[in-house]
Design a protein around this ligand. Structure first.
Ligand SMILES: NC(=O)c1ccc[n+]([C@@H]2O[C@H](COP(=O)([O-])OP(=O)(O)OC[C@H]3O[C@@H](n4cnc5c(N)ncnc54)[C@H](OP(=O)(O)O)[C@@H]3O)[C@@H](O)[C@H]2O)c1
Length: 244
């Protein structure tokens, strides 16, 4: 039987690390994992690439030869790398941070997805692209104008991809993972309240144990990727999942 393939960005910590662990337990999955940090894990099926996804020139340079060639039984691509950016109200934003955030959260996933479709559109295997979005793609949060906008753009991009690619059989999802207990939430809780009026609410999610564990969310993402016929529609939210 041919191997299956996972391509995963942002695997070095948080949700991405939990997704990586989930797939390392599966048989027959080759894994290509991309973050700035390589973990140096000793698994023959894992290839790690150190890449700063905000460096779009470098990404473009390596894109043509990035994705493994060959016939795969299934190909899963999870665009998970993300950055909350600088939490500040409009009027106090720094253009350099905005460029970096849009590159990581939106443009790099677009570059990668474009290359993915080009590379694998004529294969007969089950191919699924899952762009990790956020509830913030639909809900405005003060101080998060850059982040909300980047995730909304990624969600729309995912919907257009799905509309265009019905003939190639590639499925596309834009998935909100819920509020997950990762370094991103640590960063959100460390911001000054004058820049982020919802600070106390986010602190209370942590103190009341309301955050999802990265492992529990990774299991749900893995379930979605293995059971796409059970998930109609591009926009998905793990909080709506029924795994029974
Ligand atoms: N945590 C939440 O509550 C929450 C809620 C909604 C959506 N999300 C989304 O879920 C995804 C995962 O977030 P998380 O909470 O796990 O965040 P995290 O703990 O901060 O991890 C972010 C991951 O993205 C990678 N990354 C960041 N900047 C990068 C860059 N310039 N180039 C390459 N990789 C980069 C990081 O690796 P390196 O630092 O090694 O590069 C890391 O592996 C993100 O897309 C986030 O927007 C999270």
């Amino acid at each position: 039987m041919a191997n299956s393939l996972l391509i995963l960005t942002g695997h070095s910590q948080g949700l991405g690390r939990a997704i990586l662990d989930e797939y390392l337990q599966k048989e027959n999955f080759e894994i290509l994992a991309i973050s700035r940090t390589c973990l140096g894990l000793d698994f023959s099926q894992l290839k790690e690439i150190s890449l700063d996804l905000s460096d779009l020139d470098k990404l473009e340079e390596i894109l043509e030869n990035l994705f493994p060639k060959g016939d795969f039984k299934e190909i899963h691509f999870i665009n998970n790398a993300g950055w909350i950016g600088e939490i500040k109200p409009v009027g106090k934003l720094k253009p350099s941070n905005l460029k970096k955030l849009m590159s990581i959260n939106f443009l790099a996933p677009v570059y990668l997805t474009n290359a993915f479709v080009e590379a694998y559109q004529s294969q007969n295997s089950d191919r699924i692209v899952c762009n990790i979005s956020s509830g913030a793609a639909q809900k405005p949060v003060s101080g998060w104008s850059e982040y909300c906008s980047s995730k909304a753009a990624l969600a729309m991009f995912s919907m257009v991809c799905e509309k265009e690619n019905t003939h190639s059989g590639i499925r596309f999802y834009s998935l909100a993972p819920g509020i997950v207990d990762t370094a991103m939430q640590d960063q959100i809780r460390s911001v000054d309240e004058t820049d982020f009026p919802d600070l106390e609410r986010f602190k209370s999610y942590k103190s009341q144990g309301a955050l999802f564990s990265a492992n529990s969310v990774a299991q749900k993402i893995s379930f979605l990727m293995s059971n796409p016929t059970r998930f109609e529609g591009v926009i998905q939210d793990v909080r709506d999942f029924d795994l029974t």
